[in-house]
Design a protein around this ligand. Structure first.
Ligand code: MG
Ligand code: ZN
Length: 434
């Protein structure tokens, strides 16, 4: 993302906030993995969306109309010794020159400077509840200003949840963001292809997972969530992440894996036979899920509401399960009583963007949100048939999900993860190198 786009976002947010408002955005904190070892740092999505600044220990402040600078960045000072251990820092000079801040201050001076700026504002926009330590600092600043109230110091009298404004902005992706999401999806597509090519009976789930690590890191990407690599009955566990079982001849393998590239996520699922050939029962269930996904993608268009793709998938799945004899009754009543939920228990999609489960409300004024150009969602129906004795043996332990990332645009659904086989024939020939 170029610096012009970050600038545009700040301008847009400041326009919405207006004079008298102040936006305060803290960076993510470094988290401990174990003892003195830290996780690799990943910037807070809201903070990065507004700043493009990837360092910890920083606070961004936007004050629309402030004469001495509207965009202030508090960040770590340059420190040769620390930088030799922990990596380079932009410092205050870099914050201004490279990141477009109007002014920058050492993060240590936050307590001295920020309350004074807040004092002249009437509304504070802040994402309460994200970082409890920062929440309590915020409370301290406000209390301090209040205690000086009698001496004529003004205090902000209104706290506004920043999420509503910021997350609504993030929901509508720019052209640059769609292209970042497409790049992220392309890397994930390549990784899924690798996985299909190597899979064979006798491998372990983690050995297939390793293909994702390889492809992701080769492209400067990393997992956007813990990959699910589940063979046989593990495919029926929705959040299976152990990935440590042996892949068996005759089983299906479900892989739900995506990457994060330049802060944009992909989220793709494919299900295929471990031995490279679908059994008739596997194929029958697979065709239903595929038809459900295609029906749902067809409904992922401008002018439909959020739930229409889900409704379409539910219809196809329920009809299919009825045809297979796994559900009995009329289509209408099976849908009405949600009988399909024994086999399809999750929703058909979620927003995707900088976060895999991206921000943005699914309902507005208690009504499903209308789909608009620039929104990006996953479409991921599935059927999970457990170990129940009520089910004919050949259908047991079949777990299938097919998931793609779809941008809603005026020309129709734009499948960002296209190029990855999902027709049974195409999968089989990819696996068998034919
Ligand atoms: Mg997924
Ligand atoms: Zn998903």
């Amino acid at each position: 993302m170029n610096s012009e786009e970050f600038k545009k976002r700040r301008r847009q947010l400041m326009r919405m906030v207006g004079r008298g408002g102040i936006v305060i955005l803290p960076a993510a904190s470094v988290r401990t993995r174990s003892r003195d070892i830290e996780y690799r740092f990943r910037q807070d999505s809201d903070f990065f969306y507004m700043t493009g600044f990837a360092e910890p220990e920083a606070v961004a402040v936007l004050v629309p109309g402030r004469a001495n600078g509207e965009y202030l960045l508090f960040c770590r000072e340059k420190d040769q010794k620390r930088e030799q251990w922990d990596g380079l820092r932009a410092g205050q000079e870099g914050a201004v020159d490279q990141y477009g801040a109007d002014d920058a201050f050492p993060i240590e001076d936050l307590d001295d400077i920020l309350p004074g700026i807040m004092e002249s504002c009437s509304r504070v926009y802040y994402t309460m509840g994200m970082y409890s330590e920062f929440d309590s600092r915020m409370a301290e600043w406000v209390n301090m200003l209040r205690s000086r109230l009698r001496r004529g110091v003004q205090t902000p009298h209104e706290f506004v949840a920043l999420d509503h404004l910021l997350h609504d902005m993030r929901l509508y992706k720019s052209r640059g963001e769609i292209s970042a999401l497409r790049k992220s999806a392309k890397v994930a597509v390549k990784a899924h292809k690798r996985a299909m090519r190597v899979t064979r009976p006798g491998l372990f789930e983690y050995e297939v997972e390793a293909e994702f690590v390889h492809e992701f890191r080769q492209n400067d990407a990393s997992n956007s969530y813990s990959p699910i690599v589940g063979g046989g009955q593990n495919a029926c566990i929705l959040h299976y992440v152990e990935n440590d079982a042996e892949l068996k001849d005759g089983d299906l393998l479900l892989i739900d894996a995506g990457c994060e590239l330049d802060y944009y996520a992909s989220d793709i699922t494919r299900t295929f036979p471990v031995n490279g050939k679908f059994s008739p029962e596997q194929l029958a269930v697979y065709e239903i899920v595929l038809a459900a996904q295609e029906a749902a993608i067809e409904k992922t268009v401008v002018g439909n509401h959020w739930n229409e793709p889900h409704d379409a998938a539910v219809r196809v799945i329920t009809r299919g399960l009825k045809k297979l004899g796994l559900l009995e009754g009329s289509l209408t009543s099976l849908i009405k009583t949600a009988a399909y939920q024994s086999y399809y228990m999750h929703r058909t999609g979620h927003w995707i963007g900088m976060d895999v489960h991206d921000v943005g409300d699914y309902k507005v004024d208690n009504e499903w949100r209308m789909l608009e150009a620039g929104m990006v969602t996953t479409v991921e129906p599935g059927i999970y048939i457990g170990n129940s004795r009520k089910v004919p043996k050949a259908f047991r332990n079949i777990g299938i999900r097919i998931e793609d990332d779809v941008a809603i645009c005026n020309k129709g659904p734009d499948v960002l993860s296209k190029g990855l086989a999902k027709e049974p024939d195409a999968i089989e020939s990819l696996m068998n190198g034919t």
